[in-house]
Ligand binder design. Structure first.
Ligand SMILES: Cc1ncc(C[n+]2csc(CCOP(=O)(O)OP(=O)(O)O)c2C)c(N)n1
Ligand SMILES: [Mg+2]
Length: 588
């Protein structure tokens, strides 16, 4: 591989190793300093490039893709504030365990802190949010340095998909010329081919093999014994990419006889297992102390995934006097009530599958029936209230309608913070082929559109995004990726003219500052975003029109925005009323 200069050689080595390690797509933002990386990506036939102009959106787009696939998505940007704009998504990727590889171009070391243009301190820019940081050495046509570079790329990918998975940052200094301009003598013709062009064939320079943590037999038996009781729960919080194996959790549910309490982001709210297990999803509507004080406590709780979205569920788990296992492959603590008693450092699905082989316990049918009855009551109350035409329509029903009407398979992305909460409460478990995703790592309302479009870019599923108007506004720039990266989506914007979520909080009764500084009604007309970004835009105000518009969008190509006008205060009162009705019915 003859290269016109050392930068080209260096950029090619990085990109070549990425591809040999299975990377298929890279997200690139424009700039000059990153030229050696971008030209190397561009000339590689096996690499698909998504060009996203705004680095904040770019990083969220990559995050969405990596969240959907579990595969590391590399990002390339220029030096300066471009790299800083990755930061919000890096934080989400850290907390949400999403594998990203940040390749930030930089000026040569002597220009740091010198007043040189577009030169900032990029050393450890993302702090502890990354699994690994390295300031790469300057490009050199030197065999040892090239071997070190190829090894670093392999290490970066291992770190990004390790336990826990997450973002990795390689800072890449380059000095001019940045373009493929010939520099005679810069790259010796007799450079060792191993360093210059890598291993023979398609093999990576370093082949990495990663195992998963698991218990030895004696420890497994102890956990199995603790699960050999009548009443227990399997609580599945938001899943880490690439998601859980429903078969393993189903096997454990069968072996123990325990219901599965499935967060909407757990990967267990939807799927065939719901036909053969007691899978519950309406708990946020009925786990009130007035109900659960009448119930016996579970004797054991087996928790996997991140902390559940539902506050009512978290508070219930804090109230019960029970042995609780938090299972986490990285040994992290993901239970902020601090009532769990056991931390098990193991891969949750492997552990569930192994436990299923040793636990034999039919469980308590009354216990399962209690949960199934609560589910039915919650569902009936919601159905009665929302079936009475336009008057019964509220924000929660939009999520129920999406779950009802989305085609299969579908990837459904739900925004923070009302849409994910409404998905939790109003999307009942079914056997539908849905993958539900959300940014619950740090729960930002930034970057949600880009996350969704990035997820959509990784799958042939139908893609629906349900997003609030402020979150839609926040990542307006992200809409450009629909056309530029060729992603079709149905974007359901729940438009209540501000942050409706704040109606849930006591600050509601303190106005001012409630309206102007919390709800922040903006009065924006989003219709022009349709023309600006080449999207089909429709506004609807009632249930029937919404359902028609949604069905039409699903059946057509391109990206549609359905702007659903809602009243946030009335919707919040409806949520409260329905929960109250459910509780009253259950305690009667
Ligand atoms: C980047 C960021 N800024 C601020 C917040 C705090 N916040 C949480 S929800 C919310 C309002 C969201 O409004 P919208 O997207 O319209 O959804 P709605 O609450 O109306 O359902 C805000 C500002 C946040 N989570 N993330
Ligand atoms: Mg809103």
């Amino acid at each position: 591989m003859s290269a016109p200069n050392r930068n080209v050689l260096w950029g090619r080595a990085i990109v070549d190793e990425l591809v040999r390690n299975g990377v298929e797509r890279v997200v690139v933002s424009p700039g000059s300093r990153s030229t050696p990386l971008v030209t190397a990506v561009d000339e590689h036939d096996d690499l698909h490039v998504c060009s996203v102009l705004d680095e904040r959106s770019a990083a969220y787009f990559a995050l969405g893709r990596a969240r959907r696939t579990g595969e590391t998505t590399p990002l390339i940007c220029t030096s300066g504030t471009a790299a800083a704009n990755y930061h919000p998504a890096v934080i989400e990727a850290d907390r949400g365990r999403v594998p990203l590889l940040l390749l930030t171009a930089d000026r040569p070391p002597e220009l740091r802190d010198s007043g040189a243009n577009q030169t900032v301190d990029q050393e450890k820019l993302y702090g502890d949010a990354v699994r690994w940081y390295k300031d790469l050495s300057e490009p050199a046509a030197d065999e040892r340095k090239l071997r070190s570079l190829r090894t670093d790329v392999a290490r970066a990918l291992v770190a990004a998909t390790g336990s826990p998975s997450g973002p990795v940052h390689l800072n890449c200094p380059f000095r001019k010329p940045l373009e493929p301009t010939p520099v005679p003598g810069d790259v010796p013709a007799d450079l060792d081919p191993l360093a210059a062009i890598g291993r023979d064939g398609d093999k990576p320079f370093v082949t990495a093999t990663t195992g998963v943590p698991q218990l030895d037999r004696a420890d497994l038996r102890q956990v199995a014994e603790a699960l050999s009781v009548d009443r227990g729960l399997i609580v599945a919080g938001p899943a880490d990419p690439p998601g859980v194996d429903p078969q393993a959790i189903t096997a454990l549910a069968h072996a123990t006889g325990f219901p599965i309490v499935a967060d909407p982001l757990s990967g267990l709210r939807f799927g065939g297992h719901t036909r053969v297990t007691t899978t519950v999803g309406g708990y946020d509507g009925y786990l009130d102390p007035r109900v659960t004080d009448e119930w016996p406590d579970p004797e054991v709780v087996f928790r996997i995934g991140a902390s559940p979205t539902s506050k009512r569920l978290r508070k219930y788990l804090a109230r019960v006097d029970t042995r609780q296992f938090v299972v986490d492959p990285a040994g992290a603590w993901r239970e902020a009530e601090f009532t769990a008693s056991d931390l098990v450092v193991a891969d949750p699905c492997r552990l569930a599958a192994r436990l299923a082989e040793v636990v034999r316990n039919a469980g308590d049918a009354d216990w399962r029936e209690r949960w199934a009855t609560a589910e039915r009551t919650h569902r009936d109350v919601v159905a009665d209230a929302t079936d009475d035409g336009a008057g019964g329509y509220f924000e929660g029903a939009i999520l129920a309608d999406v779950a009802d009407l989305a085609p299969e398979p579908a990837t459904l992305v739900v925004s923070n913070s009302n849409p994910v909460r409404d998905a939790d409460r109003y999307m009942p478990p079914t056997d539908a082929g849905y993958t539900v995703l959300g940014n619950r790592g740090a729960s930002g309302i930034d970057g949600v559109t880009s996350t969704a479009l990035g997820a959509g870019s990784a799958t042939t599923d139908h893609l629906s995004l349900v997003i609030g108007d402020l979150a839609y506004y926040h990542d307006g720039n992200g809409l450009l990726s629909a056309l530029r990266c060729g992603v079709d989506a149905t974007i359901v914007m729940v438009n209540n003219d501000g942050g409706g979520i704040f109606h849930r909080l006591p600050i509601e009764s303190f106005d001012p500052p409630f309206t102007e500084s919390f709800v922040t009604p903006h009065g924006l007309d989003f219709e022009p975003t349709g023309d600006l970004y080449g999207l089909d835009y429709t506004a609807v105000e009632d249930r029937e029109s919404f359902r028609d518009a949604y069905a039409e969008s699903v059946a057509s190509d391109g990206t549609d925005v359905i702007d659903v006008r809602t009243d946030s205060e009335a919707s919040q009162r409806t949520r409260e009323r329905l929960a109250e009705e459910t509780v009253v019915e259950l305690v009667e």
